[in-house]
Design a protein around this ligand. Structure first.
Ligand SMILES: Cc1ncc(COP(=O)(O)O)c(C=O)c1O
Length: 373
């Protein structure tokens, strides 16, 4: 099997620690331990024996996670190394080369890359800029065949920050039911709504063949814990655990202990509120900045997530624009090319305000040059 290069991750990994201003992060400025744990909790963590722990996730953590999903229980949860591993295990365990996958695009391109590498036929349906990043579900319907094994969505969406309308979620469920296909919903950006709507729009509970992926990297601002999870029917979770035995055996026990605290109602609320404030403040600064360049930028406001996917009208390819900003201004942005969409860039809005504004002012200098040339 030959794997495709995962451009989005690779372009970030190569440069994010080498530039002065990294505007590629789609999550929120990360916490340190002292900001989220009290001294007694820290002391308890320090005396933890660093064994393997329970490889599918500690009972406490799985129970805490299952409280977020009505009518689920701990045996319907598998704790993984980030939502990235959750995505990988799910695709690996469910998709076979003869299957077809109907996939929302644009998207975090991991599922796209895995499915293509496995020889699965990937049929994309698109969120459309001109329709406020909503999909045309009649197009989705036409893609479904008797080989459709799964409909996979990223909701809230990376890179657009769009959220499916409830009526569209119901329609997607109906189409999946008719085809007896799985719904796979990557919901790692749920929890922080910046448009004031329902915090956790989820496919959970809408259909029995639904698998939901989530984790602590984005809305919770704790990417370094590498904690993700799958919620799904018990038989699927049991099978996915078998695949997890082959990938990483277990997540770190220290991370599991911290995650159990973070997901308790009071702390969870505090974390999500702090992160919502950061995103709202930076989004408002970003839109002011974008509106100073109406001849260059068009955008649809994100409804969740730490990023904005911006369309630009300049005579330069997006990878070239990202390279120019990196080399000349030490500012890192994600090129639309990473999502197969040139003439867009993705800007993260989750960093500290001063840092973010300074990064933007440097982007401004490049824009002035490009406008003149
Ligand atoms: C939609 C989506 N899913 C999964 C991931 C992987 O995140 P992690 O493994 O850090 O939880 C990302 C990372 O950017 C993402 O955007």
């Amino acid at each position: 099997m030959k794997i495709e290069s995962f451009e989005l991750e690779r372009s970030q990994s190569l440069w994010e620690n080498r530039v002065d201003y990294n505007l590629t992060e789609s999550g929120v400025h990360p916490y340190n331990i002292k900001e989220i744990m009290n001294q007694a909790e820290i002391d308890e963590l320090l005396s933890l024996r660093i064994g393997y722990g329970q490889t599918n996730g500690s009972i406490e953590l799985r129970e805490t996670i299952s409280n977020l999903y009505p009518s689920s229980n701990k045996d319907q949860i598998l704790v993984t190394n980030g939502s990235a591993e959750a995505n990988f295990i799910s695709m690996w365990s469910l998709l076979k080369p003869e299957d077809e996958l109907v996939l929302m695009l644009p998207n975090y391109m991991q599922i796209w890359g895995i499915a293509n590498s496995f020889g699965v036929k990937v049929k994309p349906f698109y969120l459309k800029f001109e329709d406020n990043w909503e999909p045309d579900l009649s197009e989705l319907q036409e893609l479904i065949s008797d080989k459709t094994k799964m409909i996979a969505v990223c909701n809230p969406n990376n890179p657009t920050g769009a959220i499916l309308e409830e009526k569209d979620m119901h329609e997607i469920v109906n189409l999946a039911k008719e085809a007896d296909a799985w719904i796979y919903s990557d919901e790692v950006y749920s929890g922080v709504r910046i448009d004031g709507g329902v915090e956790d729009p989820t496919f959970w509970g809408m259909y029995d063949k639904t698998i939901v992926c989530n984790g602590l990297a984005k809305s919770y601002a704790l990417p370094g814990l590498r904690i993700g999870w799958l919620t799904g029917p018990e038989e699927f979770i049991e099978e996915a655990w078998g695949y997890h035995d082959y990938t990483s055996i277990s997540t770190g026990i220290i991370s599991q202990q911290i995650a159990s605290l973070v997901l308790k109602p009071n702390l969870r609320k505090r974390i999500l509120e702090r992160n919502r404030d950061i995103l709202k403040t930076n989004l408002s600064a970003l839109t002011k900045w974008l509106d100073q360049h109406p001849e260059i930028f068009e955008y649809v406001l994100p409804r969740a997530g730490g990023m904005v996917f911006i369309k630009y009208d300049l005579d330069i390819n997006s990878t070239e624009l990202a390279r120019k900003l990196r080399e000349e201004k030490s500012v890192l942005v994600v090129a639309g090319d990473c999502f197969g969409m040139d003439n867009y860039i993705r800007l993260g809005i989750g960093s500290e305000k001063e840092y973010f504004l300074k990064g933007l002012s440097l982007v401004d200098e490049t824009l002035q040059e490009l406008k003149k040339s």
